[in-house]
Design a protein around this ligand. Structure first.
Ligand SMILES: O=c1[nH]cnc2c(O)c(F)c(-c3ccc(F)cc3)c(-c3ccc(F)cc3)c12
Ligand SMILES: [Mg+2]
Length: 213
């Protein structure tokens, strides 16, 4: 079967990065993506994500949109022992690539990939994955799903006072209904982080929304 950009990225990492070294894996994914653009959160937005994670000091994290595992590796390497990083990926092929990337980076004990639809998996997090509430949620799957999934997290009792949502791409491609919801619902305290699209000069932004409980 013709290989995909994601498979080529994984092969490049396996051939060049240092096994068990998350930074090395991130560096080689970034290096590969300079030649073949890909939607990893990247090395410009990455530090903003890391700053929010470090400030939050989360115990239970959820990511919507694993892709190849880049942000899962970037975030999970910061988490203290005993914490958990659950990440939902709808595409089976991407989930398989991500699992290999995460394993190679040595993050497999912290990161659990849940392959399927976020709308189906989110309501099962408490029963199937022993989640009580989420401390940090990185939203980076599909802008049309940002708002329905945020509302679902609320409805399923997965957010508590102080839960932090951080959404990618709120400027490019954009998530206008999500911004409208978190900024006007009265349920969140929002902060916008202007930045640039990964591996590009185009403008983008991350939005942080802290649940008021
Ligand atoms: O879909 C995504 N999920 C998560 N993060 C993404 C991200 O960080 C991106 F930068 C892009 C992006 C933006 C601009 C562009 F030109 C290409 C891709 C996408 C995206 C948007 C529309 C699509 F049809 C395909 C991919 C995503
Ligand atoms: Mg993104």
């Amino acid at each position: 079967m013709a290989d995909s950009k994601e498979q080529r990225t994984l092969d490049y990492v396996l051939q060049n990065a240092v096994r068990g070294d998350p930074q090395s894996v991130l560096d080689f994914i970034d290096k590969f993506s300079e030649n073949e653009w890909a939607m990893h959160v990247g090395n410009v937005k990455g530090p903003i994500v890391e700053k929010v994670v470090t400030e939050t000091d989360p115990s239970t994290c959820l990511e919507l949109g694993t892709y190849c595992g880049y942000s899962a590796i970037r975030i999970s390497r910061l988490l203290k022992p005993g914490t958990r990083f659950l990440t939902i990926e709808s595409c089976p092929a991407n989930a398989a690539i991500a699992q290999q990337m995460i394993d190679f980076a040595g993050m497999q004990d912290k990161v659990k990939i849940l392959q399927g639809s976020s709308q189906e998996i989110i309501p099962r997090l408490k029963a199937d994955h022993q989640v009580e509430t989420l401390d940090f949620v990185f939203i980076d799957h599909w802008s049309e799903c940002y708002t329905p999934d945020t509302k679902l997290l609320e409805e399923c009792g997965l957010l508590r006072k102080g839960s932090v949502l951080l959404a990618d791409n709120v400027v490019y491609p954009g998530a206008p209904d999500f911004l409208e919801y978190v900024r006007t619902s009265g349920r969140y305290d929002c902060t916008n982080f202007p930045t640039h699209l990964q591996y590009s000069k185009k403008e983008d932004a991350l939005e942080k929304a802290v649940y008021r409980g």
